[in-house]
Design a protein around this ligand. Structure first.
Ligand code: GCU
Length: 327
């Protein structure tokens, strides 16, 4: 039903709720995502739109529908498959339900650190496999955006090592790998869409969640969750995907424009991300009273080793695992 309303909305009122409106452009791309307007990824998507317009000599216009206006990440991906949405920014975790390769990002501690992650994301062998793999289900990847490291945060429990997670109800993204991760930590995983997390925390449906620092300030979770533990259990990027037919039907020049703009927006984003995280960490500490805590990371890493073994042996995931791990 929600999807139907979104499709009607898109076809009847294409200009409501959009940004960057002009009517002289020949091609309009509808871009949907779930971050708020002050989120660094939103700012980098605005830059993407600006670059596309500039590079195409205003022949392509990107209209952004932010803040989950068109639905959850899953719903927006389905709209991108049908072509009702042209471009979507979603977490790589949301893609796991569409293409198993994307589950690699939710496998805890698959990367040593952000540098290793970035090195892998600059390896064309890996990104071609990821980005093109979904062409037959209707969309292709254009680029990724740094979405930081994910850490655990709770309403009222300090976690210093993995045993402290025992029995905690933790919201995870709708991703089987993330469910398995929280189980391996000893917690009780509760998958749900991002938009529902604040209320779930507040009402006690969940005790905890896990995300990068923007959740605390941008999504106000710091109002209800006062302990933020630096578990750094996942580095899950945000992905920019585009309806495959829409992209393939563009001229070669326009396709080049889209790819170049996507790449440049990813580079632009790095600085915006770093700056925002530093600022928002201070705000969470000083204005929301959130306590930032270092944990015994090795206990978390040990707890997920069986997951790595399963992942490396599983027919569906072993190829991407080997590619990522360089084994
Ligand atoms: C990150 C990501 C979002 C995602 C969210 C989540 O914040 O940028 O795209 O929805 O995690 O935990 O669901």
């Amino acid at each position: 039903m929600k999807k139907l309303i979104a499709i009607l909305f898109l076809s009847l009122f294409p200009l409501i709720g959009c940004q960057n409106l002009t009517d002289s452009n020949e091609i309009e791309l509808k871009l949907a995502h779930n971050p708020t307007l002050d989120h660094p990824v939103h700012l980098s998507l605005v830059e993407f739109g600006r670059l596309v317009e500039e590079k195409s000599g205003n022949q392509i216009n990107v209209n952004i529908y932010p803040n989950a206006q068109l639905g959850s990440e899953r719903e927006v991906l389905e709209l991108t498959q049908t072509g009702a949405v042209d471009v979507a920014k979603v977490s790589a975790s949301a893609l796991e339900g569409f293409e198993p390769d994307y589950s690699i990002f939710s496998l805890p501690y698959v990367f040593e650190d952000y540098e290793e992650f970035q090195e892998k994301m600059n390896n064309k062998e890996i990104t071609d496999k990821l980005y093109l793999q979904t062409e037959e289900i209707g969309f292709v990847g254009l680029t990724y955006f740094n979405a930081g490291e994910r850490h655990l945060y709770t309403k009222n429990r300090e976690v210093l090592q993995v045993d402290d997670v025992n029995g905690l109800k933790v919201r995870v993204q709708p991703s089987e790998t993330s469910v398995n991760m929280i189980e391996a930590f000893g917690g009780l995983p509760t998958p749900m869409a991002y938009g529902e997390v604040y209320t779930a925390l507040q009402s006690g449906v969940i005790d905890a969640a896990e995300n990068n620092e923007t959740a605390l300030v941008g999504n106000n979770h710091g109002e209800v969750a006062k302990y933020y533990m630096y578990t750094g259990h996942q580095i899950v990027p945000d992905m920019l995907v585009m309806n495959a037919k829409r992209l393939n039907n563009l001229s070669e020049e326009h396709r080049k424009t889209i790819h170049e703009a996507a790449q440049e927006a990813t580079e632009y984003h790095e600085e915006v991300w770093r700056k925002t995280i530093a600022e928002q960490t201070e705000t969470a500490k000083n204005e929301m009273g959130v306590k930032f805590i270092e944990v015994d990371k090795s206990s978390f890493i040990d707890a997920v080793q069986p997951l790595h073994k399963n992942y490396a042996a599983n027919e569906q995931t072993k190829e991407i695992y080997q590619l990522m791990k360089g084994e």
